[in-house]
Design a protein around this ligand. Structure first.
Ligand SMILES: [Zn+2]
Ligand SMILES: [Zn+2]
Length: 362
C-alpha cells in the first residue's frame, strides 16, 4: 500500500530566503482534512442538517465551547477549537536555522466561530444585533489571544463563504488564527503607510477617506486644453454611516472587492467600542446585501487587518488604520496573476461601484 501521508507531522513556518516576507506555513495535519472538489454555491434555505457538525444538537462532534452568545444552551454564535488546526500550542517543531533554511515553530491557536445557528444563512440576512455580537466576539477573543502569550504577534480573523472561497464546511462560520508572525500583506501595509506618514505627516487611510468624500478633479490636456479625464473620487463610496465607510478600492485585486474603514483614525480593532461595532454591523449588513444582489449569491473571503501587537509596532499607531477587506471570488487566479503578482480585473472599479450603489435597500 502506498501512502502520501508524511511519516512525521510538521507544523512550522518556513522563511523564503529570497523574499523573507513571502513565507510558507507547512502544516501537514491539515492534509487529514477531506478535500472536496470545488462546487458552485448550493442554494439551500434549510436551517439545519442532521449530519452537519456545526448544527444545533451535534455539539458533541466539535471540541468544547470556548465562548457563545447569548448563552451556551441557546447559542446563536458558538466558538470552538479547530479540529484540524494549522497552528497549535502543541509543540512538535522548534525554531531553527540551517544555511538558508530558516524555520519558525508553528506555534499558535486556530479557532472556529460558528457564526449562526442557522446552517445556510447569509451575512446580510443576519440581524444587526447578531452581527454586532459576532464582531464583539471577534474583538474579545483577539484580546484574550494576544494576552495569552507574548509570542503571538498577530491574530487574524477571517471568513470563507462558499466552496470557491475555500470553505470546507458548508455551515456558515469564520476562523481565528493566532500566529507567531505578521502576515506579509499586513507588513506591507504597515511599511508603506509608515513611509507615507513620514513623508507627508498624514495618515494615508484618513487621506483616502477624505478624498473619497470630497475630491473631484478635471485633468486637462497640456497642449490642447481639452478635458483628458474627469475624476470623481467619491464615486468609489458604496456605503457610509456615522463612523464607517465602505469603499470600492480604485485599484482592486478582485472585481467586487470592497473595504470598510473607520471614518476616524483607529489603528487597533481592539479599540472599537460596542457602539462603534453596532454602527459597523449595520454598514456591513447593507454592504453584503449589495454584493449578494449584484453578484447573485456571493462566495467570498473577508478578513480583518489591524495593527499587530508588540513594542516594535507602536510606531505605527498614528500611520495605520484597521479595516475589513471583503473579497468576493468570481474567478480563479491565472498563471499570469500568480506569476506576476499583477491581478487582472475584468470589471472597472468605477462600474462595479456604480452597480453596487444602484441596489435599492428598503
Ligand atoms: Zn450546519
Ligand atoms: Zn488590508
Amino acid at each position: 500500500m502506498t501512502t502520501d501521508q508524511p511519516a512525521v507531522e510538521i507544523r512550522e513556518i518556513r522563511i523564503n530566503p529570497i523574499v523573507p516576507t513571502e513565507s510558507v506555513l507547512v502544516s501537514t495535519a491539515r492534509g487529514l482534512r477531506p478535500r472536496k472538489e470545488e462546487q458552485p454555491l448550493t442554494v439551500s434555505s434549510e436551517s439545519r442538517f442532521e449530519r452537519c457538525p456545526f448544527c444545533k444538537g451535534n455539539e458533541v462532534q466539535t471540541p468544547p465551547t470556548l465562548a457563545s452568545w447569548p448563552n451556551e444552551q441557546e447559542w446563536q454564535i458558538r466558538m470552538v477549537e479547530n479540529l484540524f488546526p494549522v497552528l497549535s500550542d502543541r509543540k512538535i517543531s522548534q525554531n531553527l536555522s540551517f544555511g538558508l533554511q530558516h524555520v519558525i515553530d508553528g506555534y499558535g491557536r486556530h479557532e472556529v466561530v460558528i457564526d449562526h445557528e442557522n446552517h445556510s444563512i447569509h451575512v446580510d440576512e443576519m440581524s444587526v444585533q447578531h452581527l454586532h455580537a459576532l464582531f464583539q466576539m471577534y474583538r474579545d477573543r483577539m484580546q484574550v489571544l494576544y494576552q495569552s502569550d507574548a509570542r503571538i504577534k498577530y491574530v487574524l480573523v477571517f471568513k470563507n463563504f462558499g466552496p470557491a472561497a475555500g470553505a470546507s464546511i458548508a455551515h456558515t462560520h469564520s476562523q481565528i488564527v493566532a500566529m507567531p508572525v505578521v502576515p506579509e500583506n499586513v507588513t506591507n501595509e504597515l511599511q508603506h503607510s509608515h513611509a507615507y506618514f513620514q513623508k507627508f505627516n498624514q495618515n494615508i487611510f484618513s487621506h483616502l477617506v477624505d478624498e473619497a468624500l470630497t475630491f473631484e478633479a478635471t485633468i486637462y490636456d497640456r497642449e490642447s486644453g481639452e478635458v483628458r479625464r474627469k475624476i470623481n473620487v467619491g464615486q468609489y463610496v458604496i456605503e457610509k454611516s456615522k463612523r464607517f465607510i465602505a469603499i470600492k478600492p480604485f485599484a482592486s485585486r478582485f472585481e467586487w472587492e470592497v473595504q470598510i474603514f473607520p471614518l476616524f483614525p483607529q489603528a487597533d480593532y481592539l479599540e472599537c467600542t460596542d457602539d462603534d461595532l453596532e454602527d459597523f454591523a449595520l454598514l456591513l449588513k447593507r454592504t453584503m446585501f449589495r454584493l449578494n444582489k449584484v453578484i447573485g449569491g456571493a462566495q467570498y473571503n473577508y478578513f480583518l487587518h489591524s495593527i499587530p501587537h508588540g513594542e516594535e509596532f507602536k510606531k505605527h499607531l498614528d500611520s495605520y488604520q484597521w479595516h475589513l477587506e471583503i473579497c468576493p471570488r468570481t474567478s480563479i487566479p491565472t498563471g499570469f496573476e500568480l506569476g506576476s503578482g499583477l491581478f487582472v480585473s475584468t470589471v472597472s472599479p468605477e462600474d462595479a461601484a456604480r452597480q453596487l450603489r444602484g441596489i435599492e435597500i428598503d
